[in-house]
Design a protein around this ligand. Structure first.
Ligand SMILES: NC(=O)c1ccc[n+]([C@@H]2O[C@H](COP(=O)([O-])OP(=O)(O)OC[C@H]3O[C@@H](n4cnc5c(N)ncnc54)[C@H](O)[C@@H]3O)[C@@H](O)[C@H]2O)c1
Length: 253
């Protein structure tokens, strides 16, 4: 990779053990950032950070549940101590389950809202303390195309992602005068383990993708990471409050 847009900068990525977060940490690190990987999965986040270090990236793992205030504040403080600053946050951790209203339990609803929505708030708030001191920073939230459309029997997930997409606009407005940009990347289907909980077969996934995605394929996590890196970089220096939908055309019809 030739561009080194994050040389001398420090980044935090949540949900970084695997999938989109891992790809984002690798991309930001590949372009010169020192990266803190935060994830609830202790074993995998440590293994991922070690693999990034093998690739020459300065990467540290922090075990963190984004839904816990104490856990987030401790991990962000530790990363900020280590790096001395935080230039980029990719607030990405999220979970999924399916269900229409009458199939939803209160416990499942509250857990998803705690991770997908409160988790973003807690992470952004903790990082903003450092970015405000610096009067600079770029924040990218992982929203979703699912925050713009209704999908059959995904009440909680779509509602949570609508909140994340809107949070990007709200945060962008509140901190625009302080040198901090906030945007959201809003993917469609991405080829990760995220949907494992739906227990779809490969054939069912292929059929679903063919039927709904005009480009006829899922995104690779690296394609999402490229958009995250753009939004986090100075190439997007006048872009704030934007929800960048990248869905292979899913929401066009
Ligand atoms: N895969 C898709 O099709 C798709 C589409 C649109 C948006 N997204 C969003 O992308 C984000 C990442 O999803 P992915 O596809 O990489 O999924 P993934 O399941 O592969 O990775 C999610 C990561 O988040 C971590 N995580 C879960 N709960 C956590 C918590 N409480 N605290 C900290 N870490 C936690 C997991 O351990 C995992 O490493 C999610 O916010 C998801 O909503 C995914």
């Amino acid at each position: 990779m030739s561009a080194q847009r994050f040389e001398g900068r420090a980044a935090i990525v949540t949900g970084a053990a695997r999938g989109i977060g891992r790809a984002s940490a690798a991309r930001l690190g590949g372009e010169g950032a020192r990266v803190a990987l935060l994830d609830i999965d202790a074993e995998v986040v440590h293994a991922t950070a070690a693999e990034l270090r093998d690739d020459g990236i300065e990467a540290d793992a922090y075990v963190c549940d984004v839904s816990s205030e104490d856990s987030v504040e401790a991990a962000v403080a530790a990363a900020a101590d280590r790096f001395g600053r935080i230039d980029v946050l990719h607030a990405n951790a999220g979970i999924l389950h399916a269900g229409a209203a009458t199939e939803e339990t209160l416990a499942d609803w509250q857990r998803m809202m705690a991770v997908n929505v409160t988790g973003i708030f807690l992470t952004v708030r903790a990082v903003l303390l450092h970015m405000l001191r610096q009067e600079s920073g770029a924040i990218v939230l992982t929203g979703s195309m699912s925050g713009f459309i209704a999908e059959p029997a995904f009440l909680c997930y779509c509602t949570s992602k609508a909140a994340v997409n809107h949070m990007a606009r709200q945060l962008a407005l509140d901190y625009a005068t302080r040198g901090i940009r906030v945007n959201a990347v809003c993917p469609g289907w991405v080829d990760t383990h995220f949907g494992d909980v739906l227990a779809l077969s490969e054939a069912e996934i292929e059929e679903g993708v063919r039927a709904t995605v005009p480009m006829g394929r899922q995104a690779a996590p690296e394609e999402v990471a490229a958009v995250v890196a753009f939004l986090a970089s100075d190439d997007a220096s006048y872009v704030t409050g934007h929800c960048l939908v990248m869905d292979g055309g899913y929401t066009l019809p």
